[in-house]
Design a protein around this ligand. Structure first.
Ligand code: COA
Length: 182
C-alpha cells in the first residue's frame, strides 16, 4: 500500500487527483498534443473526466501513484504518474516503476514537467525504495525527450514501431531510465 502523499515542486504542489480538477483536466486531455502523445479516449466530457480523476486518485492497489500538479492558485496544471510499481520481494522486477506525464497547454515550456518528474522520482527513490524508473516517449515527441533528458533520465535505446498513438499510427519509442545510483 502506498500512503497518499503531497509533494512540493517549487511553487507547484503535487497531490493525489481530485474530482475538482475535472474542468482543467478535461481541457488538458482533449488538447491536440495530449490527445496525440498521451491519449485518454475515455475522457470526453466533465463526467468522464471526474471518473478518470477518481480512478487515478485511488492508490490502493499499490501499483501506481498519480499526482495532479497544482499551481499556486490551486488550479490543475497537469499530472505525473508513477505506474507499474513493483515492490514485491522475490519478483524479478522488484524495485522497478514507469513514469508518465502531461502538462496543461497554458503552462508548457516553463519547466513544469521537468520539475514535477524530478520531484516524484526523488520521492520514489527515497520513500518507496524504487531503484529504477523507466520513461517511454515517441521518438517524434521532442518536447518529451527534452523533459526526460533534463530530469536525468538517460537514453537506453529505441523500441522500434512499439506504440500506437492518438492518430492510430505506430511509432517508435525512446526508452529512458533513471537509477537510484545515477
Ligand atoms: C511534453 C510535455 C509534458 C512537456 O511539459 P513542459 O512543462 O512544457 O516541459 P518543460 O517546460 O519542462 O520542458 C519542455 C522542453 O521541450 C522543449 N520543446 C517544446 N516543444 C518542442 C518541440 N516542438 N520540439 C523540440 N523541443 C520542444 C522546450 O523548449 C523545453 O526544452 P528546453 O528547456 O531545453 O528549452 C507537454 O508538452 C505535454 O503535456 N505535451 C502533450 C502530452 C505529452 O507529450 N506527454 C508526454 C508523453 S511521453
Amino acid at each position: 500500500v502506498i500512503a497518499y502523499t503531497t509533494l512540493t515542486a517549487g511553487v507547484f504542489t503535487l497531490r493525489p487527483p481530485h474530482f475538482s480538477d475535472a474542468e482543467d483536466a478535461l481541457a488538458t486531455l482533449t488538447d491536440p498534443a495530449t490527445a496525440q502523445w498521451n491519449p485518454t479516449p475515455s475522457v470526453t466530457d466533465l463526467a468522464s473526466a471526474q471518473r478518470w480523476l477518481e480512478r487515478l486518485g485511488d492508490w490502493s492497489d499499490g501499483k501506481h501513484a498519480t499526482f495532479s500538479i497544482v499551481d499556486p492558485d490551486g488550479r490543475y496544471t497537469g499530472s505525473v504518474s508513477l505506474h507499474h510499481i513493483v515492490l514485491d520481494p522475490g519478483h524479478i522486477e522488484q524495485g522497478n516503476a514507469d513514469i508518465g506525464y502531461r502538462v496543461a497547454p497554458w503552462a508548457r515550456n516553463a519547466g513544469v514537467a521537468t520539475h514535477a518528474v524530478d520531484t516524484v522520482t526523488a520521492w520514489a527513490f527515497e520513500r518507496l525504495g524504487v531503484q529504477r524508473i523507466q520513461l517511454f516517449h515517441a521518438v517524434a515527441n521532442e518536447a518529451s525527450c527534452r523533459v526526460a533528458t533534463k530530469a536525468g533520465y538517460q537514453l537506453e535505446g529505441v523500441l522500434r514501431s512499439s506504440s500506437v498513438y492518438g492518430d492510430g499510427r505506430r511509432y517508435s519509442d525512446h526508452l529512458h531510465a533513471r537509477l537510484v545510483t545515477d
